[in-house]
Design a protein around this ligand. Structure first.
Ligand code: ATP
Length: 523
């Protein structure tokens, strides 16, 4: 019996990337020594470098290389009225379904993503994909299934469900069976009506859902009873809208112009998961670009192209990124148009960034709630109006995960598997590693340390002598280091070193004094 996944997926790839992140110090589970805090993650030495490089590349292309965008860093905690004006108090909620068996709350529009990633379905898929017969499924139900998903019909009542599925087996033999129906039938076989199974326990989920607000609350003031209730911002955008008048007064920009900000945001997500893809604390890179109302359609299209180029220039494989336009009924209440930048993650296409035409919604709302004039004065036409806003809004953590996954490669080198992160040169956490071939020869170590010290002034370079050269190469490949520079016995005589390229593994011998220029030129 074979099933058709909703996507062609590679769950092993995600496991490998996650393991590499922990092993090499990119990303660790948050608060691990206390048993971890659900879905919180800490960026380690290489992770923080990669993250900084992504933010730097974004800031450079959107702020430094343009004349019309100003940087900002607004406060995380804003006046509570901000969130009334923005609509977050009223509308920032997700629809949820509550499982009547295990009590889990599941975002109703993400149930199938959750099922796809749930341990029981993964395990079930593995059982089924190997062309196993029904006895395997029965054994799975009686053993592993009991631990993973006790409320699946297949687990609670294996014989009845199995005999019912045997008919299906005939019906669908050699035919691609629809994944949702298949999972549904397993969850609810007794009535024969496919139901949606709970991703946690496998029980059939109810059809009704409610909604919950996603803003994280906190209190300003030492005594909770008298303190003011405030929110941790769920997006950086509002910090830019409320400063619109300050920018006009201090920088006197002409339309079109924009504001850019990178910072932490918080959402009480119902079902965080997929590693760092959906977390409750995350970082955003947002631009609010103000333009004349009549230009907004054109400016919106230009931003879609600008953002496309940014991802491709930084090396994302074109086949792994797509730009999906929202249909009318998918648009948020404030948006006139929206394009999602989606990446083909191991679990399927998912959003990296949203580019929205927000029209004049935000400035009008804040003008109304604050009583301040947030219009723009056109000195030529002598008139005031609310500019329209185009907003490219991306997540740093999702972006990092996409770059990591995209760069992950395994290749066979003789009888070894080489794991290499083919990160773009701008993003690679380490540009050069200087490795002494013999760590007990003072002259060699001395030259290597001196060289790494010189390189450090120009780029992120490291010195490493903690293993043999084979292991050192392997470690540097795994973190995407662009060049490994080896100092050996011959260096003492000819003052030359071997420079090895990460991607081609080709080695060239060059004079010590040319190393920095050689690497800088390649960068
Ligand atoms: P989703 O539909 O995945 O919940 P969204 O459409 O609500 O995302 P936006 O409000 O458009 O997201 O936020 C802009 C960007 O911020 C997203 O494209 C994403 O990269 C990032 N982002 C949003 N929520 C999270 C989160 N919980 N964890 C990590 N990144 C997030």
């Amino acid at each position: 019996m074979g099933i058709t996944p909703k996507i062609s997926s590679d769950n092993k790839l995600m496991e490998k990337v996650t393991a590499l992140c922990k092993r090499r110090g990119f990303i660790f589970p948050g608060s691990e020594i206390y048993g971890g805090l659900a879905n919180s993650w800490d960026y380690g030495p290489y992770g923080v470098e990669l993250k900084n490089n992504i933010k730097k590349a974004w800031w450079e292309s959107n702020v430094y290389l343009r004349n019309d965008i100003y940087g900002m860093d607004a406060a995380i905690i804003m006046h509570p009225k901000t969130w009334e004006a923005s609509g977050h108090i009223k509308n920032f909620s997700d629809p949820v379904i509550k499982c009547s068996a295990c009590g889990a709350l599941i975002r109703s529009d993400k149930v199938w993503d959750e099922i796809w990633n749930s341990p029981w379905f993964l395990s079930l898929r593995e059982t089924l994909s190997g062309e196993k017969d029904s006895s395997y499924l029965l054994r799975w139900a009686q053993h592993e299934g009991k631990k993973l998903s006790p409320n699946l019909s297949l687990v609670k009542d294996p014989e009845v469900t199995m005999s019912w599925m045997a008919d299906l087996h005939h019906t669908f033999h050699g035919v691609d069976l629809d994944f949702k129906n298949f999972a549904g039938m397993i969850a609810c076989s007794s009535s024969g009506v496919p139901k949606t199974p709970c991703p946690i326990c496998g029980n059939a989920l109810p059809d009704t859902c409610t909604s919950v607000n996603l803003m994280l609350e906190t209190y300003l003031g030492p005594v909770k009873e008298t303190a003011e209730q405030v929110f941790l911002r769920p997006e950086t955008a509002q910090g830019m809208f409320v400063n619109f008048a300050n920018i006009l007064d201090s920088r006197h920009p002409k339309l079109p112009f924009g504001l850019a900000q990178i910072g932490k945001s918080f959402r009480n997500e119902i079902t965080p998961g997929n590693f760092t893809f959906r977390t409750r604390e995350f970082e955003q890179m947002e631009i609010e670009y103000f333009c004349r109302p009549e230009d907004s359609d054109k400016v919106y299209e230009e931003w879609v192209e600008i953002r496309k180029k940014w991802y491709l220039d930084l090396g994302i494989k074109p086949e792994n990124i797509r730009f999906r336009r929202h249909a009318e009924d998918e648009l948020a209440h404030y948006a006139k148009a929206c394009t999602d930048v989606e990446y083909f993650f191991p679990w399927g296409w998912s959003e990296l960034e949203g580019i929205a035409n927000r029209a004049d919604f935000d400035l009008k709302q804040h003008a109304e709630y604050s009583g301040r004039d947030l219009t723009y004065f056109d000195a030529v036409e002598k008139k005031r109006f609310f500019p329209h806003i185009i907003e490219p809004s991306g997540g740093v953590d999702r972006c990092l995960l996409a770059f990591l996954t995209d760069a992950y490669h395994e290749e066979q080198v003789k009888e070894d598997t080489r794991v290499v992160l083919r990160l773009n040169a701008k993003l690679a956490p380490v540009k050069a590693a200087v490795l002494p071939l013999l760590k007990n020869r003072d002259e060699i170590v001395g030259i290597a340390k001196k060289l790494s010290g010189e390189l450090k002034k120009k780029m992120n370079a490291v010195y490493d002598d903690t293993a043999n050269i084979g292991k050192l190469y392997r470690r540097q490949d795994e973190v995407g280091t662009l060049f490994c520079v080896t100092v050996d016995m011959e260096t003492l005589a000819d003052k030359q070193v071997t420079v090895r390229d990460r991607d081609s593994m080709q080695q060239v011998r060059i004079p010590l004094e040319n190393v920095e220029k050689y690497i800088s030129d390649k960068l």
